[in-house]
Design a binder for this molecule. Structure first.
Ligand code: EPU
Length: 463
């Protein structure tokens, strides 16, 4: 297993292009199963997760060609997907256990092929992660749902000739809505007979991006981005070309990196509009965001790239003293759970006590013990952590436990005094493309040390 060695203390500066979003890309790729026409995705990040999805979709009859980006500072590569063979509809445990997001093939396969068998994803380092809402949603659309030997088996009555039936579906759960559950049910409803109304739908930007692409393929979806999504079913969908939205979590992570190193980073392709809650917290802490201006004919104007609030150009700097804050993770548009670990690293250096409450995954705190090894002062009680700022973090050997916890440790290492070694960085490779190259480009001292005998690292249960 590879590890990172970071010599902390360097100030980061420079320009960085945010990659296409991992969590948008995975359901977009799965949507290729809804059509027998080819489709093209651009700005696709080159990640262990997207490669796992390529493996899964290939087994399910998709031909896929992926051309990664030519540079690690580009937004992503181009992927051609074509579901030409409908005969295989079994997502096997061997793949699903490497990537929980494999569940998002369930709805598209069911709707298009009338049958799907997907191994039930287990829990993972951040919690139990049930899929009951996905199944309830598909059942409401008329699917027959069974569990057999650890697999979910769903069928449309009438088989390949049958169709799902539009229905009113409630997707609210104890922690709010479900993002991939909404993606699954919305995708399936596009090919159902009649109208479906999804209540308590997830409002995440990744759901909006999926709806946008499905509509370009011929679907009739309204309301994505709000808690009520209305889908008028159509008989078939065509192909399309779609540009993936930028990754709001990657952007938030590099914003923390700028602040923790007293840096000055300009983010291009930055989805500012999708980061309102995080930006609000960052500003309260002391980060300064300046949308980039360009000078046109002597008059200051927003540069063409910064006009789209989902693809802005933003300079991130920071005041010298970081202020403590209180944050609670929530479904979008609330503060995202996927930035909780990273902001905790940042708050370790704030001047006072911060309170972080995790409302999506109450157990998502594996990074606390590792940060403590670096001198952080954090007390956790249940789903709340109290972070008392310290003057400095100190380099140490630490263990990455899941994707965002790993990012948090990298951030801590960048700011720490001395050397930090982060083991098990395969977690990072699932969600951050070329992180060490990108950080080095900004001035960090960070190296990947490749182990000679790679283990079955990618097979370890994934988030
Ligand atoms: N939940 C249920 N029942 C369900 C589904 C979810 O009770 O059937 C609960 C979950 O246990 C959790 C909450 O609802 O407490 C939200 O889970 P959700 O289903 O929204 O999560 P997800 O769709 O499986 C996606 C992202 C996660 C991100 C969450 C929340 C992808 C591939 N994954 O997961 O991303 O944390 O939404 O925003 O899109 C990550 O990138 O690090 C990551 C974990």
């Amino acid at each position: 297993m590879d590890h990172f060695v970071i010599n902390g203390g360097n100030r980061l500066s420079g320009r960085l292009t945010i990659k296409g979003s991992k969590n948008a890309t995975l359901p977009l790729m799965a949507a290729a199963l809804l059509t027998d026409r080819p489709m093209v995705l651009t700005d696709v990040p080159d990640l262990a997760d997207t490669r796992n999805m390529v493996g899964l979709l290939s087994e399910l009859g998709c031909r896929i060609e992926f051309t990664p980006a030519s540079s690690f500072n580009a937004a992503g590569g181009t992927m051609l997907l074509h579901a030409h063979d409908q005969s295989q509809s079994h997502a096997r445990y061997e793949i699903v256990r490497t990537m929980r997001a494999s569940i998002c093939v369930l709805g598209p396969m069911l709707a298009k092929r009338g049958f799907a068998r997907v191994s039930m994803p287990g829990g993972c380092a951040i919690g139990d992660r049930p899929v009951d809402l996905h199944l309830r949603g598909l059942e409401a659309l008329g699917a027959d749902v069974q569990l057999h030997q650890g697999d979910i088996i769903v069928r449309v009555p009438g088989g390949t000739n049958g169709r799902l039936k539009g229905a009113r579906i409630f997707l609210g759960g104890p922690m709010g809505s479900t993002v991939l559950g909404t993606a699954n049910v919305m995708s399936a409803a596009t090919l159902a007979e009649g109208q479906s109304i999804i209540e308590s739908a997830a409002c995440e930007p990744e759901v909006v991006d999926l709806a946008k692409m499905l509509n370009a393929m011929g679907a009739r979806i309204r309301g994505a981005g709000s808690p009520r999504i209305i889908v008028d079913g159509v008989e078939s969908l065509g192909g399309t070309e779609h540009r993936v939205i930028p990754d709001r979590i990657e952007a938030g992570t590099y914003m923390c990196a700028a602040a923790m190193t007293n840096g000055d980073i300009t983010l291009e392709n930055c989805p500012s509009d999708a980061l309102m809650a995080a930006s609000d917290a960052f500003e309260r802490i002391g980060l300064i965001f300046s949308p980039e201006q360009s000078v046109v004919g002597g008059v200051a104007a927003q540069s063409s790239t910064s006009r789209d609030p989902m693809r802005a150009t933003v300079r991130v700097t920071c005041s010298r003293v970081l202020r403590p804050v209180e944050i609670t993770t929530q479904p979008h548009p609330g503060f995202p759970t996927d930035i909780q670990a990273q902001i905790m690293a940042l708050l370790c250096l704030a001047d006072g006590n911060s309170i972080i409450t995790e409302r999506i995954y109450p157990e998502r705190f594996l990074h606390v013990a590792e940060l403590s090894r670096m001198g952080a002062k954090i007390v956790r009680q249940g789903s709340t952590a109290v972070v008392t700022g310290v003057r400095k973090l100190v380099g140490a050997q630490v263990m990455a436990s899941d994707l965002r916890a790993s990012a948090c440790l990298v951030l801590a290492g960048l700011a720490a005094e001395g050397t930090t070694t982060i083991n098990r960085v395969y977690h990072l490779d699932r969600g951050y493309e070329s992180m060490e190259d990108r950080l080095r480009m900004l001035g960090a001292s960070i190296e990947r040390v490749c182990e000679k005998n790679p283990t079955n690292a990618h097979e370890v249960a994934a988030v």
